[in-house]
Design a protein around this ligand. Structure first.
Ligand code: NAD
Length: 241
């Protein structure tokens, strides 16, 4: 029996990168259904995988999607708030637009998805919410004022929900993952001269792989972590040390 047997999961940003790998790992572990929520349709194909084209900023579309699941009586066991963007620059180069875009997707998107799904989980009496933060949200990073603000904010929401969604006996756990630098298309804009020192500073001597984060998400989604709540799990090869 897989660690996700009978579980239904919603993964935002599931079309590529870390989100795609999380979908794969959940399916490999026997998930009953995985919904990949993304602006794009991913290439991954699986009988139990459904690609839903949806912008996490579009509240009406989120409500329509959740309404459809409620009609079908499909309970959501796991929500992974993974969709995120960067618009990097030193602070004097960050325009209002760059600030707003990152704040919107990385904070408001997480807020809206969770606001729509958490009440269902609380009614069911159980669930697991996993927020993808970043090492940058814990320690900051030059050129990422906007991104760091959002990834720290995600940790604040994680701690809040770990308290709020466990009221009245509901067993809805909320945790975060703080990845280090993970080899995905998000890093395409980061020059090699920046990445090489990161490899050198990482005790494990490499960048992360999407599977490193997906395996951590599997732990937090599954019953293996049934007493883990309000935790930020660093998956960074020791880079933070
Ligand atoms: P990615 O850019 O490869 O994939 C992000 C996905 O999110 C894309 O498929 C994109 O279409 C989707 N997306 C973006 N905006 C969306 C929206 N408004 N609505 C729905 N979907 C949207 O990124 P990744 O590297 O896989 O990163 C995934 C998460 O991990 C992000 O939250 C990122 O901040 C975080 N993270 C990444 C790294 C890294 O080094 N790659 C490190 C730390 C944290």
């Amino acid at each position: 029996m897989g660690k996700m047997t009978n579980k239904i999961a919603v993964v935002t940003g599931g079309a590529r990168g870390i989100g795609q790998e999380i979908c794969r790992v959940f399916l490999r572990e026997g998930a009953r259904k995985v919904y990949s929520i993304d602006m794009n349709i991913g290439e991954e194909q699986h009988e139990q995988l459904e690609h839903v084209v949806l912008n996490v900023l579009e509240r009406n579309d989120i409500e329509r999607f959740i309404g459809k699941l409620a009609e079908l009586n499909l309970p959501i066991d796991v929500l992974v708030n993974n969709a995120g963007i960067t618009r990097d620059g030193l602070i004097h180069n960050i325009s209002s637009e760059m600030w707003d875009q990152v704040i919107d997707v990385n904070l408001k998107g997480v807020f809206q998805m969770t606001q729509a799904i958490a009440p269902m989980m609380m009614n069911q009496g159980q669930g697991s919410i996993i927020n993808i933060s970043s090492i940058v949200g814990l320690y900051g990073n030059i050129g990422q004022t906007n991104y760091a603000a959002t990834k720290s904010g995600v940790i604040g929401m994680t701690y809040t929900w770990a308290k709020e969604f466990t009221r009245k006996g509901a067993y809805v756990r909320t945790n975060a993952i703080a990845p280090g630098f993970i080899h995905t298309e998000m890093l395409d804009s980061v020059p090699e001269k920046v990445l090489q020192p990161i490899r050198e500073r990482t005790p494990l001597g490499r960048l992360g792989k999407p599977a490193d984060i997906a395996n951590a998400a599997l732990f937090l989604a599954s019953d293996d972590s049934s007493f883990v709540n309000g935790h930020v799990l660093s998956v960074d090869g020791g880079l933070r040390l």
